[in-house]
Design a protein around this ligand. Structure first.
Ligand SMILES: COc1nc(N)nc2c1ncn2[C@H]1C[C@H](O)[C@@H](COP(=O)(O)OP(=O)(O)OP(=O)(O)O)O1
Length: 192
C-alpha cells in the first residue's frame, strides 16, 4: 500500500526501512524541482557546492517561487544552475520528509536533449556520467531506487523519510511506486 502523501493506485517497486516505524506525520508542504538530462546513454548530474545536499550529486533544481508553476521553476533552475534549456517532461515525484521541517514535494523532470553550453554555477558543477556508472554512493541514499525508473522513462512516485542527526540527514524509511496516472496539474501556480 502507498505511504501517506502518495497516490493510492501505485505498484510498489522498491521499499526500505522497518514497516514497524510509522511514516512521519503530515506537515506544511514546500514545492521543489529537480531536472535531469539523459542523452547518448549518459546522464548529466551536478555536484552541489552549497545548501541542501551539499557535496552530493543530484539533478538541477530548487524551490518553486510564488506565481511559478513547477515546470517554470524547473526551466529557470536548469538555466541558472547549468546554463542550459531543455524540453523537460515530468518524470515523477518525490516526497522528502524530515520531522520538524516542511515536507519537500519535488517534481522531477527529464529531457533527452538540451540547448546552450553547459556551464558551472555558484551552486552546481555539472558532470556527465555513463548510465551504468551513476555515482549512487555520493547521492541521496534513496536515489538509487527511483533513478533507474527515470533512466528507463517509467513515471514514478516516491517517499523518503529521513531524520536530522548532528546536522546530517539519515535515512529512516523509503518507498517507490509506479503508475500511469501519477502527477498533478503542472501548469498550476504555487501561491506560497
Ligand atoms: C531524499 O531527498 C532528496 N533527494 C533528492 N534526490 N533531491 C532532493 C532531496 N531533497 C531535496 N532535494 C533536491 C530538491 C532541489 O532540487 C534541491 C534543493 O534545492 P535548494 O534548497 O538548493 O533550492 P534553491 O532554490 O536552489 O536554493 P537557494 O535558495 O540556495 O538558491 O535538492
Amino acid at each position: 500500500m502507498s505511504p501517506p502523501g502518495l497516490p493510492s493506485d501505485l505498484r510498489e517497486v522498491a521499499a526500505w526501512g522497518s514497516s514497524s516505524d510509522d511514516w512521519f506525520p503530515p506537515a506544511e508542504i514546500r514545492y521543489y524541482t529537480n531536472a535531469f538530462i539523459v542523452k547518448d546513454n549518459r546522464i548529466l548530474l551536478g555536484y552541489k557546492k552549497r545548501g541542501l545536499g551539499i557535496h552530493k550529486y543530484n539533478g538541477f533544481g530548487g524551490k518553486v517561487e510564488p506565481s511559478e508553476s513547477p515546470l517554470d521553476a524547473a526551466q529557470r533552475e536548469l538555466q541558472e544552475e547549468a546554463g542550459i534549456t531543455a524540453p523537460l517532461a515530468h518524470a515523477g515525484t518525490l516526497l522528502f520528509v524530515v520531522p520538524g521541517e516542511k515536507w519537500a514535494h519535488i517534481d522531477i523532470f527529464r529531457a533527452e536533449d538540451y540547448t546552450g553550453a553547459i556551464t558551472e554555477s555558484d551552486e552546481m558543477r555539472p558532470e556527465w556520467f555513463d548510465q551504468d556508472n551513476v555515482p549512487f554512493d555520493n547521492m541521496w541514499e534513496s536515489d538509487r531506487h527511483w533513478l533507474p525508473l527515470l533512466l528507463t522513462n517509467q513515471r514514478f512516485s516516491a517517499r523518503a523519510d529521513f531524520v536530522k542527526e548532528g546536522g546530517q540527514y539519515v535515512p529512516r524509511r523509503w518507498w517507490v511506486g509506479i503508475s500511469e496516472t501519477i502527477g498533478h496539474n503542472l501548469s498550476q501556480k504555487v501561491t506560497k
